[in-house]
Design a protein around this ligand. Structure first.
Ligand SMILES: Cc1ncc(COP(=O)(O)O)c(C=O)c1O
Length: 447
């Protein structure tokens, strides 16, 4: 597959041009890659009104992912989430009312900020069984029940799949429900860019989603910030909104390093990636098996994550961290209950062997009282809309004294960036316990 953006930048470098344009480093080495860091000069196309090399590269991505259209983002899925929300708000059924979205509660905070910017009301869906703050899997029947009560009122359904713990929803079945009610299904697929390259695609855009975002940088060899906004054929009418809405929320100075990285990723994906991914999934499966043999409890998850359930394994997080420290192994995420490791085909065999050695050295089952925190999702009362709360005058208070106050800014550590209490909601005891568990001791509340 060709790489028009990368080729353009290489040609430009060949010319040894006198750079009397931005950026200010003029291609000189400071970090070492500045010569490849250009701006939207003649021939380099313009992100968000692409007609040349960027469009050609996005078309390559679209053909690989099987989307109707794919757009690049240099500002992560965060930008794509805000753009998806802005598109839904612009296309709302009743222009005399605010847009409303029915969303599974484990949203990333970009969703909250997007709702604030677009003045969208949210109706939350909660899981029937509580587990972790990051997880809120909604079944097709639950969605059907909700839509049968609300569908007239709802402009879109929004889910996060996979979530930070690798839990996935049945996107195909949920999209069928949405179609019955003529409501678009939007998917935060930030963690699942690779899913379309599994033997049977689990990517939302191949399974009935209307639109979705992928953080290419999370699971593919793309620089941090590189992401896709994919539209399915059903979203044909939304195409004309996308570039405007991305421009509304994004910078006018896209990183050409990230664009080249997304461009090169097309070539990478078209040259044996499926086979390399299959081998990686197999290798992770072997590792999970070895660890389970030592007494570790590994949760079911999407294939590129390994999720160690610390509490069920009877180990403290500090014990595992110190075993990992011996081998300089850095996990993606941990709290007292779980630890998440992420793999790609770029991991080497020795990565698996050292992780296996480190985790096998731990004495599982040594504690019966290892701490776990089940986040009991609950319906909380709302004092203000998300927008009014985010744009209110605020004060910072101690979380332990915040019961009954209205949350102004979503407070959460990143990762996982899933807020236990959302702007506009009245802070409950349960939310306080969750924030304290995550080490959050201050929160901005409405004055
Ligand atoms: C579930 C989820 N959605 C969205 C995002 C935002 O993605 P990005 O960092 O690409 O902006 C993240 C980031 O961690 C995430 O975990």
């Amino acid at each position: 597959m060709n790489t028009p953006i990368r080729d353009f930048v290489l040609d430009y470098n060949e010319k040894n041009a006198v750079r009397l344009h931005m950026p200010g480093h003029k291609g000189k080495d400071f970090l070492g890659f500045e010569k490849y860091d250009i701006t939207e000069i003649d021939g380099a196309d313009v992100l968000y009104s692409a007609e040349g090399i960027i469009k050609e590269s996005e078309e390559n991505a679209s053909s690989l992912f099987g989307s109707f259209r794919t757009f690049y983002s240099c500002e992560g899925s965060s930008l794509c989430i805000k753009a998806m929300l802005a598109i839904v708000a612009s296309q709302r059924r009743d222009k005399n009312k605010k847009a409303k979205i029915l969303a599974a509660r484990n949203v990333h905070k970009a969703f909250i900020y997007g709702c604030a910017l677009c003045d969208i009301d949210v109706e939350w869906m909660y899981p029937s069984v509580s587990s972790h703050l990051c997880t809120c899997v909604i079944t097709p029947d639950e969605l059907d029940r909700k839509l049968s009560q609300l569908s007239e009122d709802v402009d879109g359904v929004y889910i996060t799949s996979p979530d930070y713990h690798g839990q996935t929803s049945d996107v195909r079945a949920l999209s069928e429900v949405c179609e019955r009610y003529s409501v678009p299904l939007l998917v935060d697929n930030a963690h699942g860019a690779y899913l379309g390259f599994l033997e049977k695609s689990l990517h939302p855009i191949n399974n009935g989603a209307y639109m979705c975002c992928d953080s290419a940088h999370k699971t593919l060899p793309v620089l941090t910030g590189g992401a896709y906004l994919h539209l399915s054929e059903k979203a044909m009418d939304s195409v004309s909104y996308v570039e405007n809405m991305m421009a509304l929320m994004g910078s006018t100075s896209p990183s050409y390093l990230i664009l080249q990285s997304l461009d090169m990723c097309n070539k990478y994906l078209s040259e044996g990636y499926k086979e390399r991914l299959a081998a990686t999934v197999k290798r992770i499966g072997k590792l999970k098996y070895e660890l389970a043999d030592c007494g570790a409890v590994i949760e079911d998850s999407e294939p590129l994550k390994l999720v160690l359930n610390l509490s069920a394994s009877g180990v403290y997080v500090d014990t595992v961290l110190s075993a990992l420290g011996e081998y300089a192994i850095v996990p993606e995420f941990y709290d007292n209950g779980h630890m998440v490791f992420m793999f790609t085909p770029e991991n080497t065999e020795s990565d698996y062997t050292v992780l296996s050695e480190a985790l096998s050295s731990v004495n599982y089952g040594s504690y019966t009282d290892a701490e776990s925190f089940v986040y009991d999702y609950e319906t909380v009362d709302r004092g203000l809309t998300i927008r009014d709360a985010v744009f209110s005058s605020k004060e910072t208070v101690c979380v332990k004294n915040s019961e009954g106050r209205i949350c102004a800014s979503p407070a959460i550590t990143c990762p996982p960036a899933v807020p236990p209490i959302v702007s506009g909601e009245i802070i409950s005891r349960n939310a306080i316990d969750c924030m304290l568990y995550y080490g959050i001791d201050k929160i901005e509340v409405v004055k």
